[in-house]
Write a protein of this length. Structure first.
Lengths: 606, 319
């Protein structure tokens, strides 16, 4: 139906385009028609001008069209949502767009605390929700919650979501969050008890945050497995889920725009502020920033990955505020402990081929000391990142206070001298071999800027660097058939951003254990791309993994971070705070580390 | 004539098969992963991504996938998109109206403007008008659309705030105001396209006119005492427009290909934008469908152009 109407519209427009010159030519008829068409332009133009005068704006720009416009929330993503079933998402944009309709049991707020959504309260050890043996967790669900179609939300929907997402044949992106579940039983209609397959130190892995959104059993019942993609009814459901959140779907054009309207069945519908919410997608980050900060066409703009030199003047235009904080991830240099020399052929970068000089702690320390993080942060990142010495920075409780990473060129030179690398002008040499590093990252203006700074920094201490930049689609693809992926790491050092996906740091810290070392045998996909392997780290990690006391776990996570930093297992550079921007006067948006930026959209107002 | 058309269509079938196979192979060989965005998310481990790849059938060699694709395609099933998990053909059809609106209207305007300019330029060769038109044609033809597009945006959307930067496809056409809103948001992308297309068409029209003007039949017409306008319009234009019409017909598939850069720049949700985002997301079924539809259109319009030529120019005979 949508398609038919837009066809009609385009036909009408083509006709209009053809008729317009005729109308103008006819003279007499045209002037009568024109004024009526022209008037609303002035009205439509006004609201863009209004925000410029902050004091005059607040309550009553009297004219009706303005009031009408205020009740629409315009959000701009430079990547367009393509599906609204979060379990089949293919990007953050899909999780975010689905979250306007659907809710998990609990979400993270800007302080990294859990806030109950569909749950009545957060289960903890103290209130008995989390079992002492870490084998189960019991969630009490809010009573009286209704789906937008009027039916009741019950424990059955929660159980169904698990069955849906954990099914082997469902192509669920969120599967790993649910795979650890042995069983969920409905204690009563409003209580679910999740039993884990093995003791689980993270009771909030499932049904929390963007990956935990609960879908309606009634709507998706017949969609478990392969049919989720192939059956026509399921395809339609994926594009129009029934939800419990403050807004429900009105119209969705995949890859372009999602329009939501108030959900009358929402439990707090009286306080839903906007009549309509629209998420438009496409274009680029810089013009998305302009649309909120300079023209004021949109109210909120997502993930402004724009170099500082371009972003700062845009933000300074005065119509918007940056919403930044927490951590988008840590930009780091990964050091290859294996030898990427192409002469090794099939043994290239295999863990049993030690790197000729990066295995030397002094060399790694020298590289670490030579890099000017401050220059990178100040010249390239500006509001979007700060210099940082730790690999684990969120939640803030595990951000280690014990590390420093001041630039020390002389110290770096000294370390290289001690390690036997002679400075004879140009690249340092040892045993007749020059110290040359191959340094790769993804193609991105910001990253090429960083590469240039780091190359100059390292040249200063006598290390020659050859730069390489790989298309992001290839670099991050994990394709075992491609030699340019970060997983294979056929270079000496490489740079990208990563961070933990939840409050619990264990899965993230596991990425530096010997068991996770990437090799051809495991299709290079285990996750430890630097092939860092240290028995002491493994031992520390093993005791950490067994610990269940939260306070002790925090302490041990800091210890693990310090171990990696002191051993220069990798070189953290920047804590990225890639900002979203909101128009001044929009209330509600906050930064968020572990959840969607739209986590509290039900409470936004203007 | 009918025989000629039938023969051309029969030749087109293997051509299209070959084209589709080449596109498929190239796409299969190109690196990329539909879930690359999640590459570093520890909550979405490699096993999950691998499983999803398998459910898309990406673990099989390309020739097997190609045979599957072509056999279901001939039955009218274009497959489903990896990113929307819905039928490719629905997504494509959803995009056609916007592309027709923006790129189609731009093409129409370009043709309407270019032909008279070309005619006048040729008739008044080396006049001030001709010099100016030539200059503008070269400027317009050589400026890339990302440059004109960004300049227009900077001037008209950001500084003057005349037109919106963000193209909205959800405006309902229910009043004069909304019609104006729709027209307003189309002005910038259309202007960018018109500038480019007018430039080349003008040059073609001009040179085609110049080829005809010195010919004997024109002199005969003048000698008969016909008015200047009659000579130009009735005789010269009719004859010189034939190659230009062929050119216009050959350009029509280009409308359906969308305007990749312009659509992306102005966030017009047309086919060009769909193509680019699908390539970026390694959404092979969509890329394949679009590329194949374009090739079918190119083949069809080539045929139409040839037939038109035969109709317009009585000297051309097909057998």
């Amino acid at each position: 139906m949508q398609i038919a109407s837009s066809w009609k519209r385009s036909a009408a427009l083509l006709a209009a385009a053809l008729l317009l010159p005729l109308l103008v030519a006819c003279g007499g008829a045209a002037p009568a028609a024109e004024p009526t068409a022209a008037e609303p332009t002035a009205a439509a133009a006004e609201p863009t001008a209004a925000p410029a005068e902050p004091t005059a704006a607040p309550a009553e720009p009297t004219a009706e069209p303005v009031a009408e416009k205020d009740s629409t929330l315009n959000i701009l993503y430079w990547q367009a949502p393509t599906i609204l079933n979060p379990h089949l998402a293919s990007g953050t944009k899909d999780f975010d767009a689905a979250g306007v309709i659907l809710e998990p049991l609990a979400r993270y707020n800007e302080k990294d605390e859990l806030v109950p959504y569909l749950a009545e309260e957060i289960p903890t050890l103290a209130n008995g929700g989390v079992a002492a043996d870490s084998m189960s967790v019991t969630w009490k669900l809010k009573k009286g919650v209704k789906w937008s179609d009027g039916s009741d939300f019950t424990a059955e929907d929660v159980i169904f979501t698990w069955q849906y997402a954990s099914n082997e044949k469902t192509p669920a992106t969120t599967a790993s969050n649910y795979n650890g579940i042995a069983n969920i039983e409905a204690v009563d209609a409003n209580t679910v008890k999740i039993t884990w397959k093995a003791a689980n130190p993270d009771p909030y892995v499932a049904f929390v945050s963007y990956s935990g959104q609960v879908i309606q059993k009634k709507q998706f019942e017949k969609c478990i497995g392969e049919v989720s993609m192939t059956d026509a009814a399921c395809q339609a459901a994926n594009l129009a889920p029934v939800g419990t959140n403050a807004y429900m779907l009105k119209e969705f054009k995949p890859g372009d725009v999602v329009v939501y309207v108030k959900n009358p069945a929402y439990r707090d519908a009286a306080n839903t502020y906007f009549d309509t919410v629209e998420i438009k997608g496409g274009g680029d980050a810089a013009s998305a920033a302009r649309a909120v900060c300079e023209t004021g066409e949109v109210d909120y703009s997502w993930n402004l990955q724009v170099p500082k030199a371009a972003l700062e003047p845009i933000l300074a235009a005065g119509k918007c505020e940056a919403v930044a904080g927490g951590s988008f991830g840590v930009e780091r240099i990964v050091v290859n402990f294996a030898n990427p020399d192409s002469a090794l052929g099939a043994k290239r970068s295999e863990p049993d081929q030690p790197h000729p000089f990066l295995t030397d702690l002094k060399v790694r320390q020298a590289i670490n000391k030579a890099i000017d993080r401050k220059a990178i942060a100040e010249q390239l990142y500006g509001p979007t990142g700060v210099a940082n010495c730790n690999i684990l920075v969120v939640p803030t409780s595990v951000d280690s206070p014990n590390t420093t990473c001041e630039r020390d060129v002389e110290g770096a030179k000294k370390l290289l001298d001690e390690a036997g690398w002679k400075d004879e002008g140009g690249a340092r040499t040892k045993d007749g071999k020059a110290m040359t590093l191959y340094f790769q990252t993804s193609i991105n203006t910001l990253r090429q800027g960083e590469q240039a700074i780091i190359k100059a920094n390292l040249a200063e201490v006598g290390i020659a660097v050859n730069l390489k930049a790989v298309d992001a689609g290839v670099f991050f693809s994990g394709d075992p058939g491609n030699d340019d992926t970060l997983n294979k790491m056929f270079v000496d050092i490489q740079m990208y951003t990563n961070g933990p996906s939840g409050l619990d740091s264990q899965p993230y810290l596991e990425g530096w254990t010997c068991a996770k070392v990437n090799s051809a045998e495991g299709s290079w996909n285990q996750g430890n791309d630097g092939r860092y392997c240290n028995k002491d780290y493994d031992a520390l990690f093993a005791t950490y993994a067994k610990e269940t006391d939260p306070a002790k776990r925090t302490e041990m996570a800091i210890g693990l971070n310090d171990f990696l930093i002191n051993d220069v297992a990798l070189i953290p550079l920047i804590n990225r705070r890639t900002p979203n921007a909101k128009i001044i006067g929009l209330n509600g948006p906050t930064h968020n580390t572990f959840d969607s930026g739209l986590w509290n959209i039900h409470a936004w107002s203007k | 004539m009918t025989q000629y058309i039938v023969r051309r269509i029969l030749v087109a079938i293997p051509t299209l098969m070959l084209i589709s196979m080449i596109i498929f192979a190239v796409l299969a060989l190109a690196p990329g992963d539909p879930l690359a965005q999640f590459a570093l998310n520890p909550a979405i481990p490699m096993e999950t991504r691998q499983r999803i790849r398998e459910s898309f059938g990406l673990d099989k060699p390309w020739y097997i996938r190609y045979v599957k694709w072509i056999s279901s395609m001939t039955q009218g099933d274009w497959g489903f998109s990896f990113s929307t998990k819905s039928p490719v053909i629905d997504i494509v059809f959803q995009r056609v109206p916007q592309t027709l609106q923006v790129v189609g209207i731009a093409y129409l305007i370009a043709v309407i403007i270019a032909i008279p300019i070309g005619i006048i330029s040729a008739v008044k060769q080396y006049s001030f008008f001709d010099q100016l038109a030539t200059l503008l044609a070269f400027v317009g033809g050589s400026l890339p659309s990302f440059f004109t597009g960004l300049s227009f945006m900077l001037i008209f959307a950001i500084n003057l705030q005349w037109f919106p930067m963000v193209f909205s496809s959800t405006i309902e056409l229910n009043s004069a105001a909304s019609l104006w809103q729709i027209i307003k948001q189309m002005i910038m992308p259309i202007s960018v396209l018109v500038v480019q297309q007018t430039a080349s068409l003008t040059r073609f029209m001009r040179s085609s006119m110049l080829d005809n003007l010195p010919l004997d039949y024109v002199r005969t017409a003048r000698a008969k005492g016909l008015k200047d306008n009659t000579v130009v319009i009735r005789h010269v234009v009719i004859n010189s427009i034939i190659p230009v019409i062929t050119l216009i017909a050959l350009g029509i598939p280009g409308i359906f290909a969308g305007a990749i850069i312009t659509e992306n720049l102005f966030r017009v949700n047309g086919l060009g934008q769909l193509l680019v985002t699908s390539i970026q997301n390694s959404d092979t079924p969509v890329v394949m469908a679009l590329a194949f539809i374009f090739s079918i259109l190119v083949v069809i319009f080539n045929l139409i152009a040839d037939i038109l030529y035969g109709i317009l120019d009585p000297r051309v005979k097909y057998s």
